[in-house]
Design a protein around this ligand. Structure first.
Ligand SMILES: NC(=O)c1ccc[n+]([C@@H]2O[C@H](COP(=O)([O-])OP(=O)(O)OC[C@H]3O[C@@H](n4cnc5c(N)ncnc54)[C@H](O)[C@@H]3O)[C@@H](O)[C@H]2O)c1
Ligand SMILES: O=c1ccn([C@@H]2O[C@H](COP(=O)(O)OP(=O)(O)O[C@H]3O[C@H](CO)[C@@H](O)[C@H](O)[C@H]3O)[C@@H](O)[C@H]2O)c(=O)[nH]1
Length: 480
């Protein structure tokens, strides 16, 4: 029986391994982690992450050919194929701080593999890493290899949160990069055989190691670039009376452009886009490619501009101050169908409003109070470390209350801002919300989920990203 061990039981390691176990009953899969609470949760009825469909997959295989354990060394030493899916945060100190990937966790995993292995291993990079990482890992593994042979493969993950199980069941492609030597190609085939249990052969792409590593960074950069492009257009739409939804539709019907990922928003969030682009920028700079680095940097600058613009729009619309005003924040997760808040634009928007002395009442159907308070108090990039290594739970932000009901959040509020596109926000009773708010009552829709005309008929002053402006807002000072 082939044995797989995955180091890192997070958003990638957990769902990916659960699907491999489900699709390959002949393979034993063990997911290991240094975080005891994470592994305890994976072994309980309340999994540590929310993903539609994940519970059913885990229930079907856990205890049969899928196991979760903190006994990292034992399972690594027994495995034939080791996936490494640990954190690769942005460095916060020293060389490359604020851009380069921090490979501390990867390096310690590689050193541990080298220490405990007694047989040949295939080591698979599942984490997103800088191009050429495999070379460094190879050096660590083979430095004192005691005759053990290692093959390093790059097999980046392309799943998106909220649709992880769907994406894993039916991936657009699986990418495997390996050394172009007979042993390297043998390892590529071994991994290909795992995916071939359910992924059609023409969707399994094989390449050299560096192409695979770089393709992951390139894919995220291209996806984020589309969002920044449409968000840049949204500002121009507001200035000219065009409607960004109509523009997106019109350009998206061109098959060369395509319609996906053209939804204008308050900005992209999530654990990957910003981190991976910063990483790409750093690699370009290290290779002396300043113009290329500046090109990709602009994607992040536009994203920051979009979040700032949204906050400024709120403040300038409400008579240039939100001091002591109650603002209801609907949605905190970085997108719908996840409880993940890593790099959610809600953090920057809330911090911006708190900076102007607002009082916030936050509602999200999945995110906990503790998580929101941590997010609003944590320093940039600290979130991307194993949970037990993050700074301890901070003192709570006093001007923030977290509630479990939209109508309570909006009661007596001066303004409502929508920061996640939860489906339930489309069917809210806005008549009731309006009746219980201070007047004039404002809605700032950062996700284009509300029916703008209907809300204006009720009496709201409505701002919806990239849509023609309310006459009230047209007279407000320009926002930057
Ligand atoms: N989240 C996504 O949607 C996504 C998608 C594709 C790729 N990625 C990449 O995958 C990697 C993991 O991301 P994630 O979202 O799963 O992170 P995560 O924080 O959810 O999980 C990482 C896990 O690794 C564990 N860990 C860290 N060092 C360890 C060690 N030495 N030994 C054992 N366990 C260790 C941590 O405790 C944590 O549970 C990152 O490189 C990320 O960029 C993420
Ligand atoms: O048209 C769009 C599409 C997305 N977003 C936002 O962009 C962010 C990222 O969304 P999405 O890409 O759907 O989720 P992630 O889970 O971050 O997935 C991305 O990042 C992963 C980690 O690398 C990759 O594996 C995935 O392929 C890639 O889509 C979210 O805040 C979305 O709200 C928009 O604003 N407009």
């Amino acid at each position: 029986m082939v044995k797989i061990c995955c180091i890192g039981a997070g958003y990638v390691g957990g769902p990916t391994m659960a699907v491999i176990a489900l699709k390959c009953p002949s393979i034993e899969v063990v997911v290991v982690d240094i975080s005891v609470p994470r592994i305890t949760a994976w072994n309980s009825d309340t999994l540590p992450i929310y993903e539609p469909g994940l519970d059913e997959v885990v229930k079907q295989c856990r205890g049969k050919n899928l196991f979760f354990s903190t006994d990292v060394e034992k399972h690594v030493s027994e495995a034939d194929i080791i996936f490494v899916s640990v954190n690769t945060p942005t460095k916060t100190r020293g060389l490359g701080a604020g851009k380069a990937a921090d490979l501390t966790y990867w390096e310690s995993a590689a050193r541990m593999i080298a220490d405990v292995s007694k047989s040949d291993k295939i080591v698979v990079e599942k984490s997103t890493v800088p191009v050429k990482t495999a070379e460094a890992i190879e050096k660590i593994l083979t430095h004192n290899s005691k005759g053990i042979k290692y093959q390093i493969l790059s097999n980046p993950e392309f799943l998106a949160e909220g649709t992880a199980i769907k994406d894993l069941f039916n991936p657009d492609r699986v990418l495997i990069g390996g050394r172009e030597t007979p042993d390297g190609q043998k390892a590529v085939k071994a991994l290909k055989d795992v995916y071939a249990h359910w992924v059609p052969e023409d969707r399994i792409i094989c390449s050299n190691l560096w192409s695979a590593e770089l393709s992951k960074l390139a894919a995220n950069a291209f996806l984020a670039q589309r969002i920044s492009s449409v968000n840049a257009m949204s500002a121009l739409c507001e200035a000219t009376g065009a409607n960004v939804a109509e523009v997106s539709h019109a350009i998206g019907t061109d098959t060369r452009i395509g319609s996906k990922f053209l939804n204008s928003s308050v900005g992209f969030g999530g654990s990957c886009f910003q981190k991976d682009i910063l990483n790409l920028v750093y690699i370009c700079e290290c290779n002396g490619l300043t113009e290329v680095a500046n090109y990709w940097k602009q994607v992040i600058k536009v994203n920051d501009y979009q979040k700032n613009r949204f906050v400024n729009r709120i403040v300038s619309s409400m008579f240039n101050t939100v001091s002591r005003k109650k603002i209801a924040v609907l949605g905190f997760a970085f997108k719908k169908d996840t409880s993940d808040t890593r790099e959610t634009p809600a953090i920057d928007v809330c911090k911006g409003l708190l900076g102007d002395n607002a009082r916030l009442s936050i509602y999200d159907p999945l995110v906990t109070e503790d998580q929101i308070q941590r997010d609003l108090s944590m320093n940039k990039f600290d979130w991307d470390h194993p949970i037990h290594l993050q700074p301890m739970s901070p003192t709570s932000v006093k001007e923030v209350s977290i509630v479990w009901d939209v109508y309570e959040a909006t009661k007596d509020a001066h303004g409502v801002c929508i920061l996640t596109e939860w489906d339930e926000f489309k069917t809210l009773d806005f008549q009731r919300i309006y009746a219980n708010m201070q007047k004039p009552a404002f809605v700032f829709d950062g996700r284009n989920v509300v029916d703008v005309e209907k809300l204006r008929e009720i009496g709201f002053i409505v701002y919806s990203i990239g849509k023609p402006l309310d006459s009230w807002l047209k007279d407000m000072p320009a926002v930057a």
